[in-house]
Design a protein around this ligand. Structure first.
Ligand code: NAP
Length: 250
């Protein structure tokens, strides 16, 4: 549906769930995708699958919570292909479940480090590379919990709300430099983040929170993400786009 021929894209958290779907769809739409995640072997598996299907990809293991690693990732994309045009800052963790008064400090810092600081470190390096490329587009993976609360998840909710401010501010700063920056807010999506941690009964309960009566699919998130990265979204920047089956409508 979209043509990303001759574009280079970074996708973080690309070895699982939404990130894998975005990386695969970008590569099958012509982009050279840098598949990045914590574990090198997991990156290599996705990279091999993309290449088996005729796409272009390379692996780069990096912890988004490490600013030097995020700089090295952007440098790798440029060195490998000559320029960086697209980035999806998707890596994220759920963190501990506890009421705010009991929320463990270590878990708070871990979630903020990955979900918020990780996106800042990523954008900081990606924006400079995109300026050298003459423009680009970034999507930051937020959540419905970037606009509404969710009990026992204060760190996650705070980190995802903060992404909206970061996205809007950076979008204003680079709007006239040809770099568009948006955020995506999925509701509950069937990925290992959910399916590895919840029983079927809990998943059914979550489905009932969505007016559409189901949780979403990774393809439904990657479709919106690719649209925002594409030239079809050329007048869209600094905004937060929900893909939520009506979760936030009531
Ligand atoms: P997922 O299946 O758990 O995939 C996330 C990937 O990110 C995993 O491969 C994970 O590696 C990796 N990762 C974790 N910490 C990292 C770090 N510090 N540096 C680099 N990579 C790291 O999760 P998902 O459901 O696809 O979620 C992707 C994004 O969508 C997240 O930002 C999440 O908050 C957001 N989101 C998800 C949902 C949902 O319902 N699934 C809803 C709204 C928003 P390990 O497996 O090794 O930890």
């Amino acid at each position: 549906m979209f043509d990303f021929t001759a574009k280079t894209a970074i996708v973080t958290g690309a070895a699982s769930g939404i990130g894998t779907a975005v990386a695969e769809e970008l590569a099958l739409s012509g982009a050279f995708v840098i598949v990045s995640d914590l574990d090198r072997a997991a990156c290599d598996k996705v990279t091999a699958e993309i290449m088996d299907r005729g796409g272009k990809a390379a692996s780069f293991a990096a912890d988004v919570a490490n600013p030097e690693a995020m700089q090295a990732l952007a440098d790798f994309a440029e060195a490998e292909t000559g320029a960086l045009h697209l980035a999806v800052n998707n890596a994220g963790i759920g963190g501990a479940q506890a009421p705010t008064g009991d929320y463990p400090l270590e878990a708070w810092h871990q979630v903020i480090n990955v979900n918020l600081n990780g996106v800042f470190y990523g954008m900081r390096a990606q924006i400079r590379a995109m300026e050298r490329a003459g423009g680009g587009a970034i999507v930051n993976m937020s959540s419905i919990l970037g606009s509404v609360g969710f009990a026992n998840s204060s760190a996650y909710v705070a980190s995802k709300h903060a992404l909206q401010g970061l996205t809007k501010t950076a979008a204003m700063e680079y709007a006239q430099k040809g770099i568009r920056i948006n955020a995506v807010g999925p509701a509950f999506i069937a990925t290992p983040l959910l399916t590895n941690n919840l029983t079927q009964e809990m998943l059914d309960g979550l489905a009932g929170l969505h007016p559409m009566g189901r949780i979403g699919t990774v393809a439904e998130v990657s479709g919106l993400t690719l649209f925002l990265l594409s030239d079809r979204a050329s007048f869209i920047t600094g905004s937060y786009h929900l893909v939520d089956g009506g979760y936030t409508a009531p």
